[in-house]
Design a protein around this ligand. Structure first.
Ligand SMILES: Nc1nc2c(ncn2[C@@H]2O[C@H](COP(=O)(O)OP(=O)(O)O)[C@@H](O)[C@H]2O)c(=O)[nH]1
Ligand SMILES: [Mg+2]
Length: 413
């Protein structure tokens, strides 16, 4: 029975435009290059000051706390998803199914056999907190041209699109896909009314699913559109067919959409602070005694030096254990990605260190000790080179460990 149109007041009347950027995604759900929204302004000045202070002092655990706080804020960022397609394809029904709501329920989107959705409505779901699902009128309902439809529906303001199709994947669907791809945004194609396809076709269910998939792909390929995730569902069965897969993909993509900007920003901040610290230490190495900087007795005891550098950057064994504990994992998860985990690995894994610590080089230096005037500066320069290299490798390891922790924090949203 057709339901009367209910105009749903938008949750957001004025969605602020957020900066976009293209980056590699956090996780594998994103297969194409897409734009990410939000989060750029989430990182407060105070947070970046805290990171700077903690990294300068080599307190990795405190950096992890800042990462966590950022992730908490980021996970509350609102994501706008537009559900679009041709009128009658099951867009509103899909929104209800995704929210696992019956069509008769008060909060559900109005549906009907005649064009029901005349103006866009917004819906939320406790299954996807801080997500607004926008139920758009179908293409062709409110505007003549694609361009005016995109303008009227404010396409530039959504973070993700779901194109709904049923019965046929038409030129309008392809046009929508092309337009969304052209905007550098992520979209899915959802084929609905699978129950009808199954009950009206003489083909096996398996063959029907294969035909629908192929048909959608073929139509998109003809127009040179990158293959999106495709889900085949029946809105009458919100827990069956591709609905579970769709929900999982959506969860991963929501995390990508929310976290990517802050992740890039945090990693840039950490990289810069660590680079500054390296440069400052290199400056000190050329003017001060290594023993004073590192608090060690013998500047040529590379094992002790390495320990001291790791302590300076907060990637010593004890700190890593603390961090691992707070992340609910084991310290070896971080150790295994370290070139500087011990002197043997450090010298074996880096050709510069290998060269500077090889037997011939050591013999050569011993000889230099007996050359008056020239010997000492050469030995000093050589020592300086080795320390610079150890410093660089420990700093690189610190960056890699921070990236790993950051990604783990973000993926836990
Ligand atoms: N059998 C079946 N009918 C559906 C399905 N999805 C939607 N419908 C019906 O298709 C008609 C149009 O649905 P609606 O959600 O209003 O489409 P919209 O115009 O795209 O929003 C309604 O009568 C729905 O009951 C589905 O998966 N299976
Ligand atoms: Mg509708």
């Amino acid at each position: 029975m057709p339901t009367s149109p209910i105009l749903v007041a938008p949750l957001l009347t004025n969605m602020a435009k957020t900066p976009m950027s293209c980056y590699t995604p956090l996780s594998t759900s994103f297969t194409s290059v897409v734009s990410y929204h939000t989060g750029w302004n989430i990182l407060t000045e105070e947070m970046s000051r805290n990171i700077e202070k903690s990294l300068k002092e080599g307190k990795l655990l405190e950096v992890v706390c800042v990462f966590r706080r950022t992730v908490e804020t980021v996970s509350r960022t609102q994501v706008n998803i537009a559900v679009t397609g041709e009128s009658g394809n099951g867009m509103s029904s899909f929104i209800n199914a995704l929210r696992v709501l019956g069509h008769e329920e008060k909060a559900s989107a109005p549906i009907g056999v005649v064009t029901t959705t005349q103006t866009r409505g917004s819906y939320s779901s406790f299954h996807f907190p801080n997500v607004v699902l926008w139920d758009l009128p179908g293409l062709g309902t409110t505007a003549q041209s694609l361009e005016s439809y995109l303008n009227e529906m404010q396409f530039s303001q959504y973070d993700l699109f779901i194109i709904i199709a049923s019965e046929q994947f038409s030129m309008n669907h392809v046009k929508l896909a092309k337009a969304i791809e052209g905007m550098g945004k992520r979209f899915y194609v959802v084929w609905t009314k699978l129950d009808r396809d199954f009950s009206t076709s003489a083909l096996s269910n398996e063959k029907i699913l294969q035909n629908i998939q192929e048909n959608i792909k073929e139509n998109l390929q003809k127009e040179g559109v990158w293959e999106p995730p495709i889900f085949l569902v029946s809105n009458l069965d919100p827990l069956l067919h591709d609905f579970p897969k769709l929900r999982n993909t959506l969860k991963i993509d929501l995390s990508n959409i929310r976290c990517h900007g802050p992740l890039v920003m945090l990693s840039h901040i950490c990289e810069k602070i660590i680079n500054d610290k390296v440069n400052s230490l290199k400056g000190r190495l050329s003017t001060e005694h290594v023993e004073d900087i590192l608090g060690i007795r013998d500047a040529d005891d590379l094992g002790k030096c390495l320990e001291a550098y790791r302590l300076l950057f907060g990637v010593d064994d004890a700190s890593l254990q603390q961090v691992a504990h707070s992340m609910g994992t084991w310290a070896f998860e971080y150790m295994t990605i370290m070139k500087s985990q011990d002197l043997h690995t450090l010298c074996g894994g880096d050709w510069k260190m290998k060269f500077m610590t090889c037997l011939i080089m050591r013999a050569f230096l011993t000889l230099f000790r007996y050359i008056p005037f020239l010997g000492n500066p050469v030995i000093h320069h050589f020592r300086f080179m080795r320390h610079r290299r150890i410093l660089e490798l420990v700093a690189q390891d610190t960056k890699n460990i921070l990236m790993k922790i950051l990604k783990e924090c973000m993926l836990s949203t």
